[in-house]
Design a protein around this ligand. Structure first.
Ligand code: DAH
Length: 358
């Protein structure tokens, strides 16, 4: 709107400037529409702004009156825009509130809380018991060399005990810095004994447990191709079989209760001499005989023995000076006994209907 400077002090001129804005404002439906009106009618290139800028061309005595009218028009328009925008945002908010109504009286949805797998619970318990007896936790690789898994444990290549370990061999051999042989998935945690001894460089004492996964070609209700063991190894001077029995008894009583009895039966393992298997009184019947212990009142939980001199030598210890004991526990078996789980495979199927019971 072009304006002759002489029109600037006339009220109808300014009213005409504002009228289209007021009309556009009435047609606004959203706060964004109002913003567009603001740019168009109050922006730098709007007729109103252009007219206000031309005030300076007026002589002093007319500029006062014209300025008063012009500024009043702008203020009124700004005011109208603000009011309309407020109105429209309140309406929009009210519409949203109505659309997004939350019924706080509806019952809540409980978040699904996970929990440790029963095997983890048992492993942690075993670790805590041995930690309190002064053992630390060691570990070793699950892909192991034949030398560590067998040879160093007094099972040379033609040893019949190797056949009892139906092994998973890899199509690969140990690296150039390792003792020669094939690679396999370790069939027990016993090779950690050897690795730990070698890393300890002949120092005493040695007092470790080594929990971990082990693998054998075996699958039925009480065997899984992947299962878990905890290996134990204690070396010192003058360590005797009675120490082994003491530690195992303490372990069993902490795990199954103070009334638990431990019985050691002579057995055979290539890496211990003498060797034993340890039974505990059945936690289900207390020793009177039930289905779980097959009527015997006893349940076998581990293998153990005095470390064989050849194993000490392979680990860099002098069998004339140092003695010790070792043991190997199946954690899966401990968990099955603890929770009355009839089939080991249930532990590995990941079925939440099963796992949620623990
Ligand atoms: N390595 C044996 C197995 O997997 C368990 C075992 C028995 C470990 C006697 C030992 C031991 O350290 O002394 O069947």
């Amino acid at each position: 709107m072009e304006a002759e400077p002489r029109e600037l002090d006339r009220e109808d001129f300014w009213a005409a400037c504002a009228a289209p804005a007021v009309e556009a404002l009435a047609a606004c439906a959203t706060p964004e529409d109002v913003e567009r009106v603001r740019v168009r009618f109050l922006g730098r290139q709007s007729p109103l702004s252009l007219a206000l800028r031309r005030l300076r061309d007026l002589p002093d005595e007319r500029r006062r009156q014209a300025g008063l009218l012009g500024n009043r028009t702008r203020t009124a328009l700004e005011e109208a825009l603000r009011a309309r925008e407020g109105e429209l945002s309140r309406a929009a908010a009210a519409r949203r509130l109505e659309a997004e109504v939350v019924d706080v009286t509806l019952p809540g949805r409980r978040p699904a809380l996970g929990h440790p797998h029963p095997l983890v619970t048992v492993r942690r318990e075993v670790e805590a018991i041995f930690a309190s007896l002064g053992f630390t936790v060691a570990d070793g690789p699950e892909v192991e060399g034949e030398w560590y898994n067998f040879e160093a444990l007094n099972m040379p290549p033609d040893h019949p005990a190797r056949e009892m370990h139906d092994s998973f061999y890899l199509d690969a051999r140990a690296g150039p810095d390792e003792p020669p042989g094939r690679l396999l998935l370790r069939t027990h945690t016993s090779p950690v004994q050897v690795r730990y001894m070698l890393g300890r460089g002949g120092r005493l004492p040695v007092r470790i447990i080594a929990p971990g996964r082990v693998y054998r070609r075996d699958e039925d209700a009480t065997h899984s191709p992947m299962f878990h063991q905890v290996e134990g190894l204690l070396l010192g001077q003058g360590v005797a079989f009675s120490h082994l029995k003491g530690v195992l008894t303490e372990f069993a009583r902490r795990l199954y209760g103070p009334q638990t009895e431990v019985r050691l039966r002579p057995s055979y393992f290539p890496f211990t001499e003498p060797s034993a298997e340890a039974d505990v009184t059945c936690a289900f019947c207390g020793g009177s005989g039930c289905r779980t212990c097959k009527g015997s009142g006893w349940i076998e939980i581990l293998g153990a023995g005095m470390v064989h001199p050849r194993v000490l030598e392979a680990g860099g210890y002098d069998p004339e000076r140092v003695s010790g004991f070792a043991f190997g526990v199946g954690i899966d078996r401990l968990a099955m006994l603890r929770y009355g789980i009839p089939d080991m495979r249930l532990l590995f199927e990941g079925d939440l209907r099963f796992l949620d019971q623990f």
